[in-house]
Design a protein around this ligand. Structure first.
Ligand SMILES: Cc1cc2nc3c(=O)[nH]c(=O)nc-3n(C[C@H](O)[C@H](O)[C@H](O)COP(=O)(O)OP(=O)(O)OC[C@H]3O[C@@H](n4cnc5c(N)ncnc54)[C@H](O)[C@@H]3O)c2cc1C
Length: 400
C-alpha cells in the first residue's frame, strides 16, 4: 500500500505536465512571464526548470529602469541610487544626479520568485529540478521534450515549446537557430562595503570590450564586469585588489551575456524568448526589460495561435515581426554602437568623458537619460555638444 501511494505521488505530478499545451523551457524572468500570461488565458502551461530554486544563484546586478517596476508590479526594489559616476580610463569622473529615477536596483532573486508565484497563481505548473535534455521532432505536430527529473527520464509532448532557457539555450542550438554575434563572459562579486551610487568604469585595463559596474546591494555592493579578452575573472580580482576590497568579498557568481539581433526566433510549434533570443541591450548587457517585453508579445501571439489551432511557423512569425519592431531596432542600433565602442582607444574614451563633463551635456544626460533607450540622448546631446562628433563621429552616426 505504502509503495503504491509513493508510486502514485511520483506519477501524478507529471500527469498534468504530460497534458500541457505549452511547455516553457527555463524558469527565468522571460519564461515565467510567458507562463503567467498563457496560464491566465486558460492554457495548460508547464515550466521546466533545471535549478532547484527559482532565481538562484543570481546572475544579475539588478539594475533596471523604473518601467520594470510598473510593468511587473514587483516589490523587489532595494535601492534607488542618487546618481551615477562614469570613470574614464585616466581617472576623470562624469558625475550626474538621477533626476528622473533613471535606474533603480531590484533584488533579482526576489524578482524571479515573485514572477514564479504569479505564474503559479495564474495556473501554471513549475517543475523544478527538471532539465530538458533533448528536443525531438515528431512525425506529426509538436516535439518530444526529453526531460530528466529526480534521476528519472520522461518525455512530454506539448503542442508548443517555448525556449526561454537563457544565454546558452539548448533550444536555440538544437533547432539550428542563428547564434548570437557575441557571448560575453561576466563575473560579479558581492562585497561587504557600503555604496550609494552606481559607478561605471571604462578602459582596456579594467574591462576591455565592455565595462565594470559597482552597484548598491542591500548592506553592501555588487562589483561586476564583462570583457572580451578571456580574462574577466582576473580583471575583477585586479580591481578588487586595487580598491583593497579582496578580503571583503562574500561570494562570486558568473554568467554570460548574449549579444546580437537574432534574425529568426520561431519554427513550427516553437518560439524563443529572453536571453535565448538575445533580447539584451548590447551597450549595457541588460536583458530584463527586453525579455519581459518580448515575453508579453510571445504569449499574446501564442494564445491567438492556439485559439486558431495554427501554430505553424508562418502563423507564429507575427511574434518575431512584433518584437523586431519593438526592440529589434534598439538592438540593431546598440550592436552598431557597440562595434564602434570596441574600436575606441582609452584616449578616445577619456576625450568622450571630457566632453560629457561640460555642464550643458551633463544636464541633458540628467534630464533625458533613459537606460532602456540610450539612443534617445543622441540628438539633444549633439545639439549642446556638437564637438561630440569630432570624437565619436562613427558612434553617433551608427545610431541613426
Ligand atoms: C553578471 C550579470 C549581470 C547582469 N545584470 C543585469 C542588470 O543589472 N539588469 C538587467 O536588466 N539584466 C542584467 N543581466 C542580464 C539578465 O540577467 C538576463 O537578461 C536575464 O536573466 C534573462 O532572463 P531569461 O529568462 O531570458 O534567462 P535566464 O534568467 O538565464 O533564465 C533561463 C533559465 O533557464 C534554465 N535552463 C537553462 N537550460 C535549461 C534546460 N536545459 N532545462 C531546464 N531549464 C534550463 C536556467 O536554469 C535558468 O533558470 C545580467 C547578466 C549577467 C550575466
Amino acid at each position: 500500500m505504502k509503495w503504491k501511494k509513493r508510486k502514485l505521488k511520483n506519477i501524478v505530478p507529471f500527469l498534468k505536465s504530460a497534458l500541457s499545451e505549452v511547455a516553457v523551457i527555463g524558469g527565468g524572468p522571460a519564461g515565467l512571464r510567458v507562463a503567467e500570461r498563457t496560464a491566465s488565458a486558460g492554457l495548460e502551461t508547464v515550466v521546466l526548470e533545471k535549478r532547484a530554486v527559482v532565481g538562484k544563484p543570481v546572475e544579475c546586478a539588478g539594475i533596471v529602469s523604473p518601467r520594470i517596476l510598473s510593468i511587473t508590479g514587483t516589490e523587489s526594489l532595494i535601492a534607488e541610487p542618487e546618481g551615477a559616476v562614469v570613470h574614464s580610463p585616466d581617472g576623470k569622473k562624469l558625475e550626474f544626479e538621477a533626476k528622473n529615477d533613471q535606474a533603480v536596483i531590484i533584488d533579482r532573486a526576489q524578482f524571479d520568485k515573485e514572477l514564479a508565484e504569479k505564474a503559479i497563481k495564474a495556473g501554471a505548473e513549475i517543475k523544478l529540478g527538471t532539465a530538458v535534455k533533448k528536443l525531438e521532432k515528431t512525425g506529426s505536430a509538436g516535439r518530444k521534450v526529453h526531460i530528466s527529473y529526480d534521476g528519472r527520464k520522461k518525455i512530454l509532448n506539448p503542442k508548443v515549446v517555448i525556449g526561454a532557457d537563457g544565454p546558452g539555450s539548448l533550444v536555440r542550438r538544437s533547432e539550428d537557430f542563428p547564434s548570437p554575434d557575441e557571448v560575453l563572459p561576466a563575473v560579479q562579486a558581492v562585497v561587504a562595503a557600503k555604496e550609494e551610487n552606481v559607478h561605471i568604469h571604462l578602459g582596456k585595463d579594467v574591462a576591455p570590450g565592455f565595462f565594470l559596474w559597482e552597484v548598491p546591494y542591500r548592506s553592501g555592493k555588487l562589483i561586476g564586469l564583462a570583457s572580451n579578452d578571456g580574462r574577466t575573472y582576473q580583471h575583477l580580482m585586479d580591481f578588487l585588489r586595487s580598491k583593497g576590497l579582496e578580503n571583503k568579498v562574500i561570494g562570486f557568481l558568473s554568467g554570460t551575456i548574449p549579444l546580437g539581433n537574432l534574425l529568426e526566433s520561431v519554427k513550427d510549434d516553437l518560439m524563443l524568448v529572453g536571453d535565448s533570443a538575445c533580447h539584451v541591450k548590447p551597450m549595457s548587457g541588460g536583458g530584463l526589460y527586453f525579455g519581459i517585453k518580448a515575453a508579453d508579445i510571445c504569449a499574446e501571439v501564442l494564445v491567438d495561435a492556439l485559439e486558431e489551432d495554427d501554430t505553424s511557423e508562418e502563423n507564429l512569425k507575427e511574434y518575431h515581426e512584433r518584437w523586431q519592431e519593438e526592440i529589434g531596432k534598439n538592438i540593431r542600433k546598440g550592436m552598431r554602437t557597440r562595434n564602434v565602442f570596441k574600436q575606441l582607444t582609452d584616449k578616445d574614451l577619456d576625450s568622450l568623458i571630457e566632453v560629457l563633463q561640460k555642464e550643458k551635456a551633463k544636464r541633458v544626460i540628467e534630464e533625458k537619460g533613459d537606460i532602456d533607450h540610450p539612443s534617445r540622448l543622441v540628438k539633444p546631446l549633439l545639439k549642446v555638444s556638437p564637438e561630440l562628433l569630432k570624437f565619436t563621429g562613427p558612434v553617433i552616426k551608427s545610431l541613426f
